[in-house]
Write a protein that binds this ligand. Structure first.
Ligand code: 5GP
Ligand code: ZN
Length: 114
């Protein structure tokens, strides 16, 4: 999609270093990390919010969780634990309207979230 930052990043147009890539998703470090490990797992397909998921996209979401588990192991945060965050629309805190999942770890997380 034109003018979508994460479409440009996933297409490799922004020179972003990917920590993971396959045919469906990429993962890279968040530019404004909120924890010692803060990766974004982003599908290559443009989907604005999870409300726009079509039937064929639900398998992509399971794939993202599979990748998150692999990355948590690779980043050394699987043993102590980590958090996966998805923000949806304005009140959920979404700022980039191309779905993505935050993988956060390396410190104790608080609850409730802000
Ligand atoms: P959201 O607020 O939509 O859940 O998350 C968007 C995330 O993307 C934020 O954590 C923000 O720091 C990150 N972000 C925004 N622009 C860029 C960018 O150009 N590069 C990278 N690596 N992360 C970005
Ligand atoms: Zn996009």
């Amino acid at each position: 999609m034109e003018d979508c930052l994460f479409c440009k990043i996933t297409a490799g147009e922004m020179d972003t270093d990917f920590v993971y890539e396959d045919d469906k998703v990429v993962a890279f470090e968040d530019v404004n990390p909120q924890a010692p490990v803060h990766l974004l797992i982003v599908p290559k397909k443009h989907i604005s919010t999870i409300l726009e998921l079509e039937e064929e996209d639900y398998s992509l979401i399971s794939h993202i969780y599979k990748v998150a588990n692999k990355l948590a192991e690779a980043e050394g945060i699987a043993e102590d634990g980590f958090r996966i965050v998805h923000n949806c629309k304005e009140e959920g805190g979404q700022t980039v309207f191309h779905i993505h999942f935050h993988l956060l770890g390396g410190r104790s997380m608080q609850w409730p979230p802000g």
